[in-house]
Ligand binder design. Structure first.
Ligand code: NAD
Ligand code: UDP
Length: 674
């Protein structure tokens, strides 16, 4: 049987994104449908980064029956979790038709398509707002599911109507299984700090507003009334951590899946903690997480607010065996982490992406810091362009196909699993031999084989603004056991840091993951070819920080001897280099990032210069003599590839290139341009 998927509508949104992560981490396969009307694709790439796999994504409006049907035809879908909706209470009073059209008609289209393809299990995002003012009754706080419904605004009414529609559908066809989840007040963010709520415009909700006060985007919080009958005069709500809420979806989905065959169900469950907190309780918890008292002012009551909306979650606790576990303190900490890492949510000045080529989801990411511009694509986590004041400083293609081609001389690529050459067609670790793919003459493996890291689609990036106004882009790739002959599943993160000082720093980190092996050979580098304004490199002035390089045999493998250049200061002229220079023989660390960056080489032309530094013990200098591709000719650029010495894995000193489970491999490279 083909693999079965859960379709998550609105999966790029706040609660949807957290739920997708929980689903995947619980072994489910997920397809996301979202028209991004209130979210951004960056949420999806961050989900993929966190879970370590691609998640099929369709930019489809639920009301588009044809496109939605296509999603169900493309993937074998078992059930649907339906988040997609417009959700702003205030806005819904101004544009009610849009709310009814989007929420109600969108759901009707979804249900029709599901019916057509015989998918009859749905988990629906409803809201405590369907109860309206539960304080109008006696004994209805905490609110049980049987509390009569009376939503007071168009948004709440769309939720109420949709519940009724699903109920009618179930009455007409009792094969349907529907979980109606009535959320109380979702707060917080993913503990990773990478996913969270990203409200557009002025936030309506308490914590998003408070977070923007704390980060300096808003002056002070307005507290809407302190004359309610609570311990401090402010209204009481049931705040639930969004990760707990997400888990409630897994619990209800498995409840529906575990019903006896042929049994349908329509049932409402409150998802809340059962514990009420006042506005001041939340204010104090968040101020504590931030570390200072945040400015506020008590103003008049907000129209429509009531004293107490606390859930009675007993039904979900007993039937779904689901309990909210996290506190508002946890939520405040997680929200603050998300806010400090992402002060403007997923939006970032100076960063843009575009689609790059035909591979599903492949993009080109560009950071532009006042004329210092760096573009990186997911394919190969490849540096496609570096520009300083309009001048291109690396060789790169303008199309994905050229990167995919075997004639690509590794332009800008992340090189792995093993940079440079491996002799003898493989290596032996702990007495066990591994054969790696031969892709160069005389039994050599060059740059990890023909389908190395440079030919893989990387996940992410996570794009963050760093403290010094740098922008970092982190890509992740999990290389499976056996890939090009290398053992064990290997997770690698490449982080590029673009700084306003015209530097690009690359941080490599790898670890063995999974249970398919516990050792590998590893050597990572970046293979950019630099150009400093001339058509060929011959006039460039070179200042090497070491004269020492490895003597090579006719097979381009080290003989064990070292040699020295007569001078470390020269013009390239017509000299050809494809040599491994030794910068620090004593450096035997597996993770060299604790070392200071050492300058390897300075190279300059009449118009520009580059300084390459790294924490690595060696670097290959290549004069690009073998470049003959597209518009690029021999010696159009030079490569400096900091890494571990060539073929170290077959030397007596292989320590630095053997990674074992539990250990971390790391290295750092920096390019400084002028
Ligand atoms: P959100 O806006 O972050 O997520 C909703 C997602 O649905 C967005 O990504 C949006 O782009 C998408 N979407 C909207 N209309 C669509 C359409 N026609 N087709 C495709 N995609 C569409 O909101 P959220 O806070 O994650 O809420 C998720 C669900 O939970 C909503 O149904 C909301 O009403 C409900 N809910 C939210 C809260 C809350 O406080 N956040 C409380 C109770 C219920
Ligand atoms: N609140 C507030 N100031 C704000 C936003 C909200 O005092 O800027 C109060 C509001 O009166 C309510 C509580 O915080 O008592 C939660 O409001 P929110 O809009 O977050 O959720 P609601 O419970 O209204 O859905």
């Amino acid at each position: 049987m083909s693999e079965q998927y859960i379709l998550v509508t609105g999966g790029a949104g706040y609660i949807g994104s957290h739920t997708v992560i929980e689903l995947i981490q619980n072994g489910y396969k997920v397809v996301i449908v979202d028209n991004l009307i209130n979210s951004s694709f960056d949420a999806v790439s961050r989900i993929e980064f966190i879970v370590g796999e691609k998640v099929p994504f369709f930019n489809v409006d639920l009301k588009d029956e044809k496109s939605l049907t296509k999603v169900f035809e493309t993937y074998s879908i078992k059930s649907v979790i339906h988040f997609a909706a417009l959700k702003a209470v205030g806005e819904s009073t101004k544009i009610p038709l849009d709310y009814y059209d989007n929420n109600v008609n969108g759901t009707i289209t979804l249900l029709k398509v599901m019916n057509n393809v015989n998918v009859k299990t749905i988990v629906f995002s409803s809201s405590a707002t369907v109860y309206g003012d539960a304080t109008r009754f006696e004994n209805m706080i905490p609110i049980p599911e049987h509390c009569p419904n009376d939503p007071t605004n168009p948004y709440g009414k769309t939720k109420y109507v949709i519940e009724q529609i699903i109920h009618d559908l179930y009455n007409s066809d009792p094969e349907w299984r529907a979980a109606i989840l009535r959320y109380f007040n979702p707060i917080g963010a993913h503990p990773s700090g990478l996913i969270g709520e990203d409200p557009l415009g002025i936030p309506n909700n308490l914590l998003p507003y408070l977070a923007q006060v704390a980060i300096g985007r808003r002056e002070k919080l307005s507290i809407f009334g302190n004359d309610y009958n609570s311990h401090d005069g402010t209204p009481i709500r049931d705040y639930i951590h969004v990760v707990d809420l997400a888990k409630g979806h897994i619990a209800s989905l498995s409840y529906l899946n575990n019903l006896e065959s042929n049994k349908g169900l329509f049932r409402e469950w409150n998802l809340g903690t059962g514990k009420g907190s006042t506005v001041f309780d939340v204010y104090h918890a968040f101020s504590k997480a931030v570390g200072r008292d945040l400015p506020y002012e008590v103003v008049g009551r907000r129209a429509g607010d009531v004293l107490d909306l606390t859930a009675n979650p007993t039904r979900a606790n007993t039937e779904l065996e689901w309990f909210a576990e996290k506190s508002i303190e946890d939520a405040c900490k997680d929200l603050w982490r998300w806010t400090t890492k992402n002060p403007f949510g997923f939006q970032l000045d100076n960063y843009k992406w575009t689609i790059f080529g035909e591979i599903e989801g492949n993009r080109l990411h560009t950071v532009d810091l006042d004329g210092f511009k760096v573009s990186i694509t997911n394919y190969g986590a490849t540096i496609q362009n570096i520009e300083l004041n309009g001048d291109k400083l690396v060789l790169g293609f303008d199309n994905l196909e050229s990167y995919q081609s075997s004639s690509n001389p590794f332009f800008g690529a992340t090189v792995g699993r093993y940079a440079n050459r491996i002799g003898n067609g493989g290596f032996t670790i702990d007495g066990k031999s591994f054969k790696t793919e031969i892709n160069e003459s005389e039994n050599k493996t060059l740059h990890g084989g023909s389908q190395g890291f440079d030919k893989k689609q990387w996940l992410g990036p996570i794009v963050l603004k760093e403290d010094d106004n740098s922008v970092s882009l982190s890509f992740k790739y999990i290389d499976p056991n056996g890939s090009n002959g290398f053992p064990s599943d290997l997770e690698t993160i490449v982080k590029y840091i673009v700084s306003p000082k015209n530097t690009l720093t690359i941080d490599f980190e790898s670890q063995i993951v999974g249970n398919n092996g516990d050792v590998t050979a590893l050597n990572l580098t970046n293979h950019s070819y630099f150009t400093l304004g001339d058509d060929v490199i011959d006039e460039y002035q070179v200042e090497l920080s070491t004269p020492k390089y490895l003597a090579l045999d006719s097979n381009q493998l080290p003989t064990g001897e070292t040699k020295k250049l007569d001078s470390t200061s020269f013009k390239f002229g017509s000299q050809q280099f494809d040599d491994d220079f030794i910068i620090n023989e004593a450096n035997e660390l597996l993770d060299t990032r604790s070392q200071d960056l050492k300058t390897l080489v300075n190279i300059s032309s009449s118009s520009h210069s580059i300084k390459v530094s790294s924490t690595e013990p060696a670097f290959q200098l290549y004069t690009g003599d073998g470049i003959f591709v597209g518009e690029f000719k021999s010696r159009a650029g030079f490569a400096v590839e900091p890494s571990r010495p060539v073929n170290a894995i077959n030397s007596s000193n292989a320590k630095q290139v053997i990674l074992r489970k539990g250990e971390t491999y790391g290295s750092k490279i920096q390019y400084e341009f002028a």
